[in-house]
Design a protein around this ligand. Structure first.
Ligand code: DLL
Length: 433
């Protein structure tokens, strides 16, 4: 039986959703015009005022916001209300340049936690469940967001945060954790560790996992589901909009429903900014409709995916986004060819390798090189050179047909690639471009 957290909203008809969006958009544009001088200037430059915005049909008239705008206006430039009204900040890891600092009023946190509660309920969660939140707590949104959602659903919440794998497993077993929330790469690592301890899937009390914050393939999902004996649900979100729960998967496991009562989604051509028709692949752009403290209009996520308005078997009516195949800035250009790490992962998993790999890109004599280090499992481990080179060639052939370029494959021994407790770092780009 499908469960809903806010059924009237999650299953509302499309006209109703559109009416909510139009009404909220008009209000939100007025809000940023009045309260966010940075965006008002952008609107003036684009020759648009709140009087031009009557419904969702007028959205395209509004200027985009990019990550560069967020950095330029750090820390208070995009704040939409009196700082006194704000009760929290969250922040991105800021690996490139300045951090993004997002502000929240109590109302913003409340709606964000509702979104996470919808995701947990869609994964079958009720007040009978024990929900272990193994995303990082702190500035990262994963821990706090799912923690709040889990409380709202009434689950017994175990706020382990990430890391300390032995303790994670101890709590899962001793407290009968039924729902696990963490990154897919950490879920795979937990599965691997439990397998090594000799635990079979039916000795693990988990029934569902809510995994996101990084790109992961369908093959990786199958792998995790098998090792942990669970149903694995994808969840998407970003700090700039709130955090996890912008979109989440239902029992159909076929795309993530975007919480359209709070966010309008568009797909645009990343080069021209043109809005693309349904089904096209492009960059995902969001407008937040309810945020008080950090209201973003037409924010370019740089995530590449598709949207589908097709009816879903779960009864929800909100649009579904496909799995992002990585950010447009995760995309590598190697010898002029576009390569996404997720394509490499698909080849590995299709050939029976777990998703423990590292991609090393370099430039030698003005030519790009692509090296992929792939870990063998203990079961497949061999040190027979002939066999190793046969397998390396097999993988190299698979990569060539997936990517269209040559990759050098090196099989490495089990456990030699460092595991991640949060978002996995898969790419080392040594080119000095
Ligand atoms: O990763 C929020 C989050 C926490 C989502 C826990 C899900 C679970 P940021 O650190 O701001 O926020 O990173 C946002 O991560 O633009 C995507 O590129 C990527 N991302 C998030 N979820 C997914 C997903 C959190 N399910 C950025 N699949 C986003 C693929 C994802 N990529």
């Amino acid at each position: 039986m499908e469960r809903y957290y806010q059924k009237d909203i999650e299953c509302a008809d499309r006209e109703q959703i559109r009416a909510w969006q139009s009404e909220k958009l008009v209000r939100q544009v007025q809000h940023v015009w009045n309260d966010v001088p940075y965006y008002r200037e952008k609107m003036k430059e684009a020759g648009v005022t709140p009087d031009d915005i009557h419904s969702v049909d007028d959205l395209h008239k509004l200027p985009f916001l990019s990550k560069a705008d967020l950095r330029d206006s750090y820390p208070y430039g995009l704040l939409g209300c009196d700082l006194k009204k704000c009760v929290r900040i969250q922040s991105t890891s800021g690996t490139t340049g300045r951090r993004v600092v997002a502000f929240y009023t109590q109302h913003d946190i409340d709606l964000w936690e509702d979104c996470c509660a919808r995701a947990i309920t869609a994964a079958g969660g009720t007040d009978e469940d024990v929900c272990q939140v193994s995303y990082g707590y702190g500035l990262f949104t994963g821990g706090p967001g799912l923690n709040g959602g889990s409380h709202k659903v009434g689950c017994l919440t175990i706020p382990t945060s990430s890391g300390n794998t032995q303790r994670q497993i101890m709590f899962i077993r001793d407290l009968n954790t039924t729902i696990l929330c963490c990154t897919p790469s950490y879920a795979a690592y937990l599965g691997e560790s439990m397998k090594e301890m000799g635990l079979t899937p039916d000795e693990i009390p988990l029934k569902a996992g809510i995994f996101g914050a990084e790109a992961w393939s369908e093959e990786m999902r199958q792998d995790i589901q098998k090792t942990l004996g669970i149903k694995a649900y994808d969840i998407y979100g970003l700090t700039e909009l709130s955090g996890p729960g912008v979109a989440f998967e239902c029992s159909a496991q076929n795309g993530m429903h975007i919480n359209e009562d709070h966010f309008i989604a568009e797909i645009i051509d990343p080069d021209t900014g043109e809005v693309l028709p349904e089904g096209s692949q492009g960059e995902l752009v969001f407008t937040s409709l309810d945020k008080e403290a950090y209201p973003l209009i037409r924010y370019r996520t740089r995530d590449i995916c598709t949207l589908s308005y097709e009816k879903c078997s779960c009864g929800r009516t909100h649009v579904r986004m496909g799995k992002p195949r990585g950010r447009s800035d995760d995309m590598l250009i190697i010898r002029g060819v576009n390569v996404f790490p997720s394509q490499i992962e698909t080849v590995l998993l299709n050939n029976g390798y777990p998703a423990n790999y590292q991609i090393i890109v370099d430039r030698v004599n003005n030519t790009d090189t692509l090296d992929i280090h792939v870990e063998m499992t203990p079961e497949m481990f061999t040190d027979q050179l002939g066999e190793v080179s046969r397998r390396q060639k097999e993988l190299a052939d698979g990569m060539k047909s997936m990517l269209g370029i040559k990759a050098n494959i090196t099989l490495v021994s089990p456990k030699s690639i460092e595991r991640s407790e949060g978002k996995a770092v898969r790419v080392i780009d040594r080119r000095k471009i």
